[in-house]
Design a protein around this ligand. Structure first.
Ligand SMILES: Cc1cc2nc3c(=O)[nH]c(=O)nc-3n(C[C@H](O)[C@H](O)[C@H](O)COP(=O)(O)O)c2cc1C
Length: 236
């Protein structure tokens, strides 16, 4: 698919999929990419549940459709999407963290940083998976379960109590490739030699960014205000 930078730029959160199945060797490849992620003290604090089972995928989809309904009530301004698309995907990867591995990190770092290392490690592995899948022409989207969803996912997938469920990642062939999503220009956030205080955004700028730019940034230029449509706002 091209150079690393091309893959990184082309990877998009996909919210509309074809039902076509994924060959096992491609599945193994993105799981292998997950496996080779860096992690604090090489602790590899993760477990993944991978399902191709239609009934299980439908049950996962229902959990996130309910999540959307709750979010719409609690936070009507959040530009969420209904996640019916989960019912179409051939594979879902549920990523768990094992917080017991936090003990692998130096105690001197303190709880806050040890927790961050644990979560960053899981996040690094997820990103490897997303990029590897993109390289294979597959779409993914990193979906965050709420605590209520975590309880349901644990029950559905027999995930042990000691683990934490941090992400659900549908993987499949995109129905269409979503358009480019904006990124902040480099010179807005890169500070050479020392921090350039003039570049620090004011509280007002941050509030405006969240209030007016968020939906457009999340779903592309076609969507600039909250909507609760089923298509996630993607121009697919
Ligand atoms: C930590 C993290 C959590 C995310 N959680 C969700 C989520 O719960 N639902 C969702 O639809 N997208 C989620 N996303 C995807 C982001 O919305 C998406 O990456 C962002 O809008 C940029 O779009 P792009 O991935 O197409 O470049 C998440 C992404 C990250 C990195």
């Amino acid at each position: 698919m091209g150079t690393f930078l091309e893959v990184a730029k082309k990877r998009r959160s996909v919210r509309s999929y074809k039902p076509d199945s994924i060959p096992d060797e491609i599945l193994s490849e993105f799981l292998e990419a997950f496996r080779w992620a860096p992690s604090g003290a090489n602790s590899q604090p993760w477990e993944v549940v991978v399902t191709k089972n239609k009934a299980t995928i439908n049950a996962i989809a229902d959990i996130f459709i309910e999540q959307y309904e709750r979010q719409k009530l609690k936070d009507p301004d959040f530009p969420g999407n209904r996640k019916e698309y989960l019912k179409e995907v051939p594979v879902v990867v549920v990523v768990c963290g094992d917080p017991r591995l936090k003990d692998a990190y130096p105690k001197a770092l303190g709880d806050r940083r040890r927790n961050a290392i644990y979560l960053f490690s899981v996040g690094a592995a997820i990103e490897n998976l997303l990029l590897s899948a993109a390289e294979q022409g597959l779409g993914t989207v990193w979906i965050t379960p709420e605590e209520e969803d975590e309880v349901k996912l644990k029950k559905l997938l027999s995930i042990p109590e000691a683990l934490e469920v941090w992400a659900c990642i549908p993987v499949g062939y995109p129905k269409a490739t979503p358009g480019s999503r904006q990124r902040r220009p480099l010179d807005e956030f890169v500070h050479w030699d020392s921090f350039d205080a003039e570049k620090l955004r004011s509280n007002l700028q941050i509030r405006e960014f969240i209030a007016t730019g968020r939906a457009k940034l999340m779903y592309g230029p076609g969507r600039n205000k909250p909507s609760h449509s089923d298509d996630g706002g993607d121009k697919n």
